[in-house]
Design a protein around this ligand. Sequence first.
Ligand code: NAD
Ligand code: UD1
Length: 341
Amino acid sequence: MILITGGAGYIGAHVAVEWMDRGEDVLILDNLCNSERSAIERISTLAGRPPGFVYGDVRNRRLLDTLLRDYPIDAVVHCAGLKAVGESVREPLRYYDTNVGGSVVLCQAMAQAGVFRLVFSSSATVYGDCTRMPISETCTTGQPTNPYGMSKLMCENVMKSVAGSDPRWSIGLLRYFNPIGAHASGLLGEAPTSTPNNLLPYLLQVASGERQALSVYGRDYPTPDGTGVRDYIHVVDLAQGHTCALDALRERRGISVWNLGTGRGYSVLEVINAFEKVTGVPIPMTFEPRRPGDIACCWADPRKSLEELGWQARHSLESMLTDAWRWQCNQHRHEKIRQAN
Ligand code: NAD
Ligand code: UD1
C-alpha cells in the first residue's frame, strides 16, 4: 500500500487512480484545504473500489505515526502542499510551514516507522531562470523568484540531506513542468477555489464565460511569437511518471531526480490557438505587460526519465486541451444543477 499525501488534489488524485488501476492499495491523507471530499468518491468510481481516506494534516506527527503503524504502507507519494505563487508572496510563513515543515515531519515519521521509499512533488521552478534549453536534471538549481518556488527548493535540499544521512532512503524528486489536462472520463481535474494564476485554468474560465478575457502576459519575449513558452504535460502522463518512479525506487538508493515534461514547448498564443481549434470556442484576450517573476522559456529534457524510468509523455497538446475542456464543461454543468437545487 502507498500513502498519498494531498491525494484529494489535482495531481494526487490522478496518481491514486493510476496506482489503484494496477490492483494496488492506496491510503490518502488530505486536510481538504484545496480540494473536496467528492474527489475521493470520483477516485472510487474510476478505480472501481474506494481508496482509504484520512482527513488530516501532514504536519500532524502523531497522526502520521498512527497511519504508518496501522496500515501496511511501504512507500509515500508526497503531494500535499500549497501552490499559489501570489499567495506565497503574501503569506510566506504559511508556505514554508506547510511545504517545508510538512516534508520534515513526514520524513521524521517515515524514518521512525522504517518506511524509506518516497516520491516528492517538486517543480521545474527550482531551475530558476535557466537559459539553456532544454533543461536537464544536471542543470544547477537556480534562485526561485517567490516563496513557493523557494519552499520547493528547500524541500529538495531537506530530502537530499535526509537521503545522505541513512543509506536505507530511496527518494525520487519529480520536477514537474506544466501539468494541465484532466482524466479522460471528465471526472477528475483541476478545480481552482480562487482566481487562477496559471494559464490553463484561467483560459478555461474565460471559455466557459466565467471571466471576460484572458490576459496574455508579455509579447516581447525572445520567442518566435513573443509570448512565453512552456512544456505542458498531461496530468495522466504525469501520474504515470509517479508509478514508474515508485517502481524504479525499489532498486535504487539515495536521491534520484527526474524531470516530468514532454520535451516540447508551446507559446501562450499556440496554446490559445490550439484550444480554439479543438473546441471551436473563441478566447477573447488582451496583451498585458510581462508578469513579474516570469521567464521566457522553459521546457524539459526528458531523456533521463525515459532511460531510468522507461517513462515518456504520450498525450498531445490537443488531447490535453480536449480533456481539460470536457472536465470544465462537466464542472460547469454540476455547478448549475447545484445552484438550481
Ligand atoms: P492541489 O492543491 O490540487 O493538491 C494539493 C493537495 O494537498 C490538496 O488536496 C490540499 O487539500 C492538500 N494539502 C495542502 N496542505 C495540506 C496539509 N498541510 N496536510 C494535508 N493535505 C494538505 O495541487 P496539485 O496541483 O495537485 O499539486 C500537488 C503538488 O504538486 C503540490 O505540492 C504542488 O506544489 C506540486 N506541483 C504542482 C504543479 C502544478 O502546476 N499543479 C507544478 C509543480 C509542482
Ligand atoms: C507558474 C509559477 C511557477 C509554478 C507553476 C506551476 C509564476 C511566476 N510561476 O509557472 O512557480 O511552479 O506556475 O504552478 O507564477 N500566462 C498568461 N496569462 C495568464 C497566465 C499565464 O499569459 O493568465 C502565461 C505566463 O506568462 C507563462 C505561461 O502563460 O508564459 C504559463 O504560465 P503559468 O501557467 O502560470 O505557469 P508558469 O509561469 O510556468
